[in-house]
Design a binder for this molecule. Sequence first.
Ligand code: 9PG
Length: 505
Amino acid sequence: MTDLVPEQSGGHSWTLDLDPSTTRVLVNGFQSWSEAELQPLSAAQARPTFVWMQEHGHDPAFLPSGEAGVWRSHTLIALVRPGGGGYVGHSLDESRSYAHWEARAEGSQVRLSLRVEGPDIPLVFTETDDVISTLEQLSAQLGRTMSARTPSPLRVWCSWYSYYRAVTLPQMLENARLSREKALPFDVFQLDDGFQADLGDWTLPAEHFGGHARDLPAGLSELGYRAGIWLAPFLAGPDSELFRAHPDWMLKGEDGRPLPIGNNWGGPYYGLDTTHPEVLNWLKELAREVVGWGYSYLKLDFLFAGALPGVRHDPSRTRAEAYRMGLAALREGAGEETFLLLCGAPLASSIGVADAMRTGPDVSPIWDDDARRVWLHDATGPAARNALHTALSRWYQHAWYQPDPDVMIAREVQSMLSAAERHALLGLLDVIGGLRASSDPVSSLDEEGLTLLRRALELSTPDRPITLETSFGAAVTHFGRGTFNLTDAPQESIAAHAYRELAHD
Ligand code: 9PG
C-alpha cells in the first residue's frame, strides 16, 4: 500500500491517472437504506426525485450526484481498475465527523475529492493492487478505532414483513407457540411497528393490538424465547402526546419551528433534538423502561432523524456528535447487556454502540419496485432486489457490527417471489454471515417452506467477493461461495434474479 499525500496542503483532492472508461467505483450510502453499489464510473448515480425520498433514504447534506461520471460516497470509496488494483479512500473515525467522498471523471483522468464535515480526522487514501483486501483492512481498522461490538449472530422472528402495522399480541404468541412446536431455532421474537398508540407514545398501546407491549415478554419467555421490540426513538408524530407536550424538544428549521423531516405513517413526522438535555434524559428513561418490561433486544429504527441538518439546542455539536449523543443515551438506559439492532441509521457513526446494523433497504415479497427505482430514481424502498444490491455491496462491514441484510422470505403464499428469488435471499444471508431473521407466519409454511427457513437460520461466517471487476447487476455479485445474478436476463447460465452456489456447479 502506498499512502498518497493530498495535492494541496489542507485540501483533500487528488488527480489520478485512471481511465474513466474502464474504471469501476464502489460507493457506500450514508444510512442503512441508502444505496451501496459497484458501478462503471461512467454511469450515472441515481438521485431520488422527491425531497422526502432524499431525506428518508440519503444524507440530504450530501446527496447522490444525479450525474453521469460523478459518484458520491460516505466514509469510504474504492476505484477499481481492470486487474483488481486501484485506490481506496477511508475515514478512520466517524464519531464526530463525516467523510464525504466524490469521484469525478475528467477527460482521461479521475478527480477524487474529500470533504470532512466536522473536526479533522485520521483518514487514508492509498493505491493498492488488491482493492478487496485493502478495503477490508481499512474497514477493520475503523472498526477497531471505534471499538466495534461484534457479538454472535442471533436468529430473530420479526412481525413486520407479514403483519405490518396490524400486528396483534395474540399473533405474536401464536407464532412463538407454533415455532416451539416445530422446534424452529429462533433466539428472539421481535415485535415490530404497530403496537404503539403513536410515534413517540411508546408506552401507550394501539387499540387494535389487543394488549400492552409489556404483556408480551412473559409469554415468550415461557416458550423459551427472548423478547424483542421495535422503537423509532428519535421520531414524534404531530398528534402524539410527546409532540404536544414538548414542541421545544424537536429539531428545528431556520424559522425556529419544528421541522417536518419525513412522511411515512400517512403524514409528516418530526425528529427529536438529541443535543437537548431533557431529550437525552427522556431517551435514556424510555430505553430503561422498555428493557424493564422484559425486552432484551431493541430494534431502533429511523435513527437518521438524529443526524439530519437543522437547528439544534446546542449548535456547537456536529451532526455526527448530535447523533451519537442520542445513541449513547439509549445505550445507557438499555444497559450493556441489551442487544441493539440499529436500522435506518447512519452507518459508521454507529460503530461501538450498535450490536447489529441493517445494511440495506427492506426486503419485501416482491423482487423489484421499478416504478420507484427506475422512474423516481430511488432504490432505497422495500424490494428483494434493492436489499440484495445494497447489502452485498457492504460485505466488508462485518468489522463494524453484526450485519443484518434483513429477512428471509420462505413462504409461497402472500408473496410474489419465485423459487429462484427466494434462493437468492438465502444466498444473501449465507454470504453476509450476520443476523438471521424471518417474518413468515409459521402457519403459512409447508414442509418445503420450513426446510428453506431452517436453512436460512443456519449461521455462517462472512464470505468475500472474488472480484470487483465484473458483476451481474450494479452491485458486488461474485463471492467465494457463489454468484448472484441481479439482472433481468440469464448470465453465464445463471437464471435472472438467481444465486448459484459454487458447490452446485
Ligand atoms: C416499520 C418498518 C420496519 C422495517 C424498517 C422500516 O422507504 N420507505 O418507504 C420505507 C418504509 C418503511 C421502512 C423503510 C423504508 O421500514 O426498515 O424493517 O421496521 O420500518 O415501520
